[in-house]
Design a protein around this ligand. Structure first.
Ligand SMILES: *[C@@H]1O[C@H](CO)[C@@H](O)[C@H](O)[C@H]1NC(C)=O
Ligand SMILES: *[C@@H]1O[C@H](CO)[C@@H](O)[C@H](O)[C@H]1NC(C)=O
Ligand SMILES: *[C@@H]1O[C@H](CO)[C@@H](O)[C@H](O)[C@H]1NC(C)=O
Ligand SMILES: *[C@@H]1O[C@H](CO)[C@@H](O)[C@H](O)[C@H]1NC(C)=O
Ligand SMILES: *[C@@H]1O[C@H](CO)[C@@H](O)[C@H](O)[C@H]1NC(C)=O
Ligand SMILES: *[C@@H]1O[C@H](CO)[C@@H](O)[C@H](O)[C@H]1NC(C)=O
Ligand SMILES: *[C@@H]1O[C@H](CO)[C@@H](O)[C@H](O)[C@H]1NC(C)=O
Ligand SMILES: *[C@@H]1O[C@H](CO)[C@@H](O)[C@H](O)[C@H]1NC(C)=O
Ligand SMILES: *[C@@H]1O[C@H](CO)[C@@H](O)[C@H](O)[C@H]1NC(C)=O
Length: 764
């Protein structure tokens, strides 16, 4: 008998990176998300739920393969109200076949496992209590952000509700009781806590849920939700690193946690149930640091569920993924959400090595332990590859030179870890040094130039000695921001015609709240605990944008999700703190292209006053789905209605960015083509403005804008223009890019859109 294969997903956090492991088990039944046509529901049924139960009951009876029939109650996992018309159920292959012939059946997709993308960022983003987005938005007052994640540690100081007003009466959410959790743990800051694991349990009825409540046993959700909207906590730090007052992006916004990611696994059936509930409860913003790789829009339950959120004017922020720097690795490339890439900040953590000749040298370090100020002998051990020799050294600081081979730093690190000694100095230019800095033994990482100084000192002294001071926080690092190597790159698999990611936000070494009973690091053999942890990933970048979107929601409650996304994108920065183009760590420090960082690095104060916006309605997204030649059934799966108006199909969504494909492999040499885009912008500035277009020259392409001047007489007036890109049918380079800017004559607003021309071809 054929058995279906299901995959379970486990999240494992090591040092600061969350790694995913999968293992495979054999199962007979599988979970399916089933789309139904409600208009086919017989009148005899009072509601959809009873209809679905009756349908499942008849399917079980018909299914002859069933030797031990289960009741329809145990087959039905969730009935969904908003995100889809339909339900999820655990079905055998025979039952699924039988269901396909039931009245009202539209389509079904198998449940999938989902990827979790794993104090100072507010200053780096220029958020200031006196002026700009914080005071103007009253710090995001009364905006409700729903976070779909691993739960929360409700006792965290970051959920302290001092000075917050009563919960808005429109809120319909709840604080559900469960293991080590009851309603008294919610307050005016953490206003909702719910958990969803029926899909997980349906996959394995024998599973033991270690914490059957919204309480966080992994830390990820506590970190992301407090990055969005944590309140002020004085004297926060990671073992002395990053000290200061911690706070989220929208300190006065409310948080509702929807726990759908479990230590035991994470499934789409649970995640879309969480989104469904968040819509019912009345969130304004949804933050989701998770995604599915390589799925089509009409088969991506998260894309489908978020369409329902957009219909309700809920802003949805998602993470791009951590599969960079390869191209076409991005997930959540969905046209109606914002997709966030991860950048660095201007902050480093380190230590100072003080040589006995009084020369001080700074390096990177995040060793969490306490270290003595005593001077020790220091010895140079070349590449630190001879374990026998290393084990003979006692009571010394060991210096290692990284030969720069693949994994060589990894080997050195493990050799020192095994040998054990006072401390280690690694001289390396490895781009993966971030993975090693949270070392369980005292270690400092030096660049070659500084390493040479140390080696010269050792070689020219008969009795070289040194001491090390850890827990240094260095601000003002230049250049920053930079695009991280790991952030996933576009084009989007599910919708290549919309340029993704959309924007970049801080994602590297972000300090936020952490459950005090989950080890954050190791010191030698001992686990160490803290209330604040440093984590890296697009998981950390996404909640920054969720929080900033909450600030904009507070100021412009009636703006559509597309308008808020447009304001964030067109005001973002392409220039770093040295005045040069932002560089890509994953691209040998070349200027970052929009497939890596989107429009640019988010700038919350400028986003308050974007000048022009590129808006989009739900019908615009339908026009796109029609233009993509999706079948009526596929479109219906997303929109939940059979009356989709496809009279105006269009691949040209009114988006604040442009991507053109020049990938005709069979083209005659030197033959050219023109790709055209139509756009409509709305004046959201107060009064009349005249804007002029400017396009950065792109070598090998001819880009024109028609008309190149737009005159607005009144607020909310709309004007259209056409952008044309003439280029070779087959581009000789993988990516060319530049920017279109619209600037008003008073130089009050600069509205910037990235333009990408690429020869990539998405193979499906
Ligand atoms: C809720 O839990 C807290 C802490 O565990 C406890 O002190 C409190 O009595 C509980 N409240 C209710 C209503 O059960
Ligand atoms: C569940 O547990 C029972 C009893 O321990 C065992 O017989 C059964 O095979 C288990 N089922 C699965 C799916 O692991
Ligand atoms: C988890 O809690 C819910 C609600 O309290 C309960 O219905 C369910 O049976 C529990 N599940 C497990 C596996 O304990
Ligand atoms: C380091 O010292 C501080 C202050 O004395 C202490 O609270 C902390 O537990 C120490 N850390 C470790 C890892 O021993
Ligand atoms: C390691 O060093 C020892 C001396 O301490 C030497 O005998 C041995 O040959 C070295 N091993 C290698 C692989 O170089
Ligand atoms: C790193 O160092 C190795 C050897 O020390 C060298 O070959 C390589 O070019 C360096 N890489 C960079 C990016 O500086
Ligand atoms: C959709 O179908 C039309 C007509 O067959 C075709 O011209 C067009 O290229 C197709 N569009 C896409 C995106 O495949
Ligand atoms: C469909 O949309 C077009 C505009 O694109 C409109 O003219 C037409 O009335 C719409 N049809 C229906 C049935 O709503
Ligand atoms: C293509 O253009 C290049 C440079 O403009 C020229 O040297 C070459 O002869 C052209 N090839 C053909 C087949 O026209």
């Amino acid at each position: 008998m054929a058995a279906d294969i299901t995959k379970h997903l486990y999240v494992y956090c090591w040092v600061s990176f969350c790694v995913l492991f999968m293992f495979i088990k054999l199962a007979k039944s599988d979970n399916y998300i089933v789309h139904m046509d409600i208009s086919a529901m017989p009148k005899a049924f009072s509601n959809q739920h009873t209809w679905y139960l009756a349908t499942l009951s008849s399917v079980s009876a018909k299914s002859k393969a069933e030797t031990n029939p289960t009741t329809p109650f145990s087959k039905l996992i969730y009935t969904y109200n908003h995100v889809i018309q339909g339900f999820s159920a655990s079905l055998t292959p025979a039952e699924l076949e039988s269901l396909k012939n039931s009245p009202g059946y539209v389509s079904s997709v198998k449940d999938r496992v989902v990827k979790v993308d794993t104090t100072h960022s507010f200053e780096f983003l220029d958020l200031n209590s006196g002026t700009g987005a914080w005071p103007v938005s009253s710090f995001g007052k009364d905006v409700i952000v729903g976070v779909i994640d691993t739960g929360v540690w409700p006792e965290s100081e970051s959920f302290n509700d001092d000075g917050m007003s009563d919960v808005p009466s429109r809120w319909k959410g709840e604080c559900e009781s469960g293991t080590q959790f009851n309603s008294s743990l919610c307050n005016k800051k953490l206003i909702g806590a719910r958990f969803f694991n029926k899909g997980l349990i349906a996959h394995n009825s024998n599973i033991t849920i270690s914490m059957n409540s919204t309480r966080d046993t992994e830390g990820h959700g506590t970190h992301t939700s407090t990055t969005v909207a944590g309140t002020y906590v004085k004297d926060a730090s990671y073992f002395g690193y990053a000290p200061g007052t911690a706070r989220g992006m929208a300190p006065m916004a409310r948080v509702a946690m929807y726990k759908a990611l479990w230590e035991e696994g994470a499934y789409t059936t649970d995640i879309i149930a969480a989104i469904d509930q968040a819509i019912t409860d009345g969130v304004d913003v949804l933050s989701m640091s998770l995604g599915l790789d390589g799925v089509d829009l009409y088969e991506d339950p998260i894309a489908i569920a978020t369409f329902a959120a957009i219909e309700k004017n809920i802003f949805v922020s998602t993470s791009a993924g951590n599969e960079g720097p390869d191209v076409e690795t991005l997930h959540n490339g969905t046209p109606w959400v914002i997709t966030v890439a991860a950048g660095t900040m201007d902050r480093d953590f380190g230590a100072t090595l003080i040589l006995s000749n009084k020369v001080s040298i700074n390096g990177l370090a995040q060793y969490p332990g306490n270290f003595t100020s005593t001077e020790f002998p220091i010895v140079f051990m070349d590449t630190c590859s001879n374990k026998t020799e290393l084990s003979k050294i006692k009571q010394k600081i060991i210096v290692c030179q990284d030969p720069g081979k693949e994994d060589s730093l990894d080997d050195q690190f493990n050799n020192i870890l095994a040998a054990g000694n006072i401390a280690a100095v690694f001289i390396t230019n490895s781009s993966s040094v971030d993975v090693f800095v949270q070392s369980p033994f005292p270690a400092i990482f030096l660049v070659q130039k500084d390493g040479d100084t140390v080696v010269d000192f050792i070689k020219s002294n008969t009795d070289p000695k040194a001491s090390i001071v850890f827990k240094k926080t260095i601000l003002g690092i230049k250049p920053s921001p930079r695009v991280t190597s790991y952030t996933s790159r576009g084009p989007s698999y599910s919708c290549p015609l919309v340029l993704k990611p959309d924007i970049m936000a801080p994602g590297d070494s972000v300090l936020a709240a952490w459950p005090p009973n989950i080890a954050a690091a190791r010191v030698n053999q001992d686990l160490v605990f803290t209330n604040f942890n440093l984590l890296s990933g697009t998981s950390m970048a996404c909640p920054h944008v969720s929080g900033i979107a909450a600030l904009l929601k507070a100021v412009y409650p009636n703006w559509s999700p597309a308008a808020i996304r447009s304001a964030l994108m067109t005001t973002s920065d392409q220039i770093d703190n040295t005045g040069s183009p932002i560089k890509d760590i994953g691209g040998n420090l070349r200027p970052a292209d929009p497939l890596a960082m989107g429009a640019g690095h988010v700038n919350p104060n400028k986003a308050l006053n974007p000048g022009l916006i590129y808006d989009a309605t739900v019908q615009d997204y339908v026009d796109l789905l029609c233009g993509l030649n999706f079948t009526q059934q596929q479109i219906k799966t997303i929109t939940k209605t059979s009356s989709n108006n496809c009279s105006n199909p269009s691949l040209d969504l009114n988006y604040p960015s442009f991507i053109a494909f020049f990938n005709d492999r069979g083209a005659k040499p030197n033959s050219t083509t023109v790709v055209e885009f139509g756009r409509t912008v709305t004046n959201v500035g107060d009064g009349s403005f005249t804007y002029k277009a400017n396009v950065t020259p792109i070598n090998g392409l001819k880009v024109t804008v028609e008309p190149d001047t737009l005159v607005f007489k009144t607020k909310y007036e709309k004007k259209s223009y056409k952008l044309s890109i003439e280029g070779p049918k087959q581009l000789h380079k993988a990516v060319l890019f530049g920017y279109l800017t619209w600037e008003d004559s008073g130089k009050e607003h600069v509205v910037t859109s990235p333009i990408v021309a690429t020869s990539y071809k998405i193979e499906k």
